[in-house]
Structure formats: C-alpha cells, structure tokens
Unconditional design. Sequence first.
Length: 71
Amino acid sequence: MMTEAQLDAYRVAGTTVRVVRDALEANDVIGIVVAWDDRDVLIRRPNRRVVKVSRGYRIQPADEPRLDPLA
C-alpha cells in the first residue's frame, strides 16, 4: 500500500502514475493523483475523468517499466 508521503509527492510533482490492477496492461489506469483517503485514491485520467481505485493496487510512475502485480 502507498504511504501518505509517496502519494503526496506524486500529487505535488504532478507525476503521471500507472495503477496496475491485474495482469492485463489494458486494464491499467494512467493519470495523476488528485486525492486519497484510507482506502481509495482518485486518479485524473488524460481525458479529465476521475477514477477511484483502491490503495491496495500497485501505483508506480508511468514512465517506469510496468511491474508484475503478482510479484
């Protein structure tokens, strides 16, 4: 799970992140961190829609190689 400091660093820097939800890359959510609470993170996608995802998913910078969610 992401820490408050990591999420805040992504939000302040405006870093584009990738939320890896399962083994299929097509199901990833890519956007910027907008807000979060104890369970969820709000991600603003490039089309300006906001998606709420669980903090339990792997969140990583989008410019890094995609990591396997099962590892």
